[in-house]
Design a binder for this molecule. Structure first.
Ligand code: NAP
Length: 269
């Protein structure tokens, strides 16, 4: 459910897995206008749905409309995956698990315990990244965001964390175990992300949650420096796993065929 929802890649991901597992099932985009969310959610069990995903602008409003909201979704402040269980609506947020799984897949052995972690951005996606990092380690998270107030708010949610200024990045990166771009910078149609990776230690990893383009400027720069680089597609694909598992009772694989199917859909947009 989203508004608009046509751009969503989730039907490609779940459609791929439904075919792979030969399920008699369908995953369909549901355009739900703002203001119609409560009625649409109420209809889900009546219509026989196993659940749904929620995207913009419904992720936050849905929190107040569900019978149960997971601790992770409450920490992030948004629901992206919903399960119908015995007629009741249960909400979760799988973006944090998706980010953590992407790190494990593309930067195995990254120095999780060593911190600090530098997160650029303080929007919804940055909250999911911070929740994932807090789940991995108790090391400090340093939030750097254009609007300082939002960085302060995010840091307060996931202690031990603090906000810092863009100008401090060279010093911050010199100590960092991980740099994550969770802003829209570097996305197609947005300004580039201009950060010099030179100060990062050799063991640091770099993750970008932007997935269009797949190979963003900082990922290219990270690979050129020999650092582990984690792309945004890994988070997008892995965040879909718990939903599919909960709806259909099959834990699906994030493999090369799925990546290729989604990349093809992105390039066809
Ligand atoms: P959001 O809530 O709108 O937050 C946008 C963030 O980008 C804010 O921190 C904002 O800073 C910053 N920003 C925007 N324009 C900027 C600029 N010109 N200079 C500096 N900072 C700027 O968006 P979101 O939902 O967190 O999404 C952020 C990105 O993550 C998007 O590219 C989205 O596609 C991607 N994403 C990827 C996945 C995945 O699975 N890979 C999942 C979710 C989101 P201010 O606070 O100062 O406005």
């Amino acid at each position: 459910m989203g508004w608009p929802v046509r751009h969503s890649l989730s039907p490609v991901i779940h459609g791929h897995w439904i075919r792979r597992h030969g399920l008699d099932a369908a995953y369909v985009p549901l355009p739900v206008a703002p203001g119609n969310l409560a009625a649409a959610l109420e209809a889900l069990p009546v219509l026989g749905f196993s659940g749904c995903n929620l995207t913009v602008p419904h992720k936050i409003e849905a929190m107040a409309l569900l019978d149960r909201v997971s601790a992770t979704a409450r920490a992030i402040g948004a629901v992206n995956t919903l399960f119908v269980r015995e007629g009741r609506l249960e909400g979760d947020n799988t973006d944090a698990a998706g980010f953590a799984a992407g790190l494990a897949e593309q930067a195995p052995g990254w120095a999780a315990g060593e911190g600090p972690f530098v997160v650029l951005g303080a929007g919804g996606a940055a909250r999911a990244v911070a929740a994932a990092l807090r789940g991995e380690s108790s090391a400090e998270i340093v939030v750097v965001n254009r609007t300082r107030r939002r960085a302060d708010e995010l840091a307060a949610r996931f202690p031990p964390s603090r906000a810092a200024a863009w100008d401090d990045l060279p010093e911050l990166l010199a100590q960092a175990a991980l740099l994550v771009n969770a802003t829209t910078l570097g996305m197609e149609g947005e300004p580039p992300l201009d950060v010099d990776l030179a100060p990062l230690p050799d063991r640091a990893a770099v993750a970008d949650i932007v997935y269009a383009p797949l190979e963003t400027g900082i990922l290219r720069a990270a690979r050129a420096r020999g650092l582990a680089a984690v792309d945004g597609l890994s988070m997008l694909l892995h965040q879909a796993v718990p939903g599919f598992d909960g709806w259909f009772g099959v834990r699906p694989e994030v493999d090369r065929e799925l990546r290729e199917a989604v990349l093809e859909a992105i390039s066809a947009r």
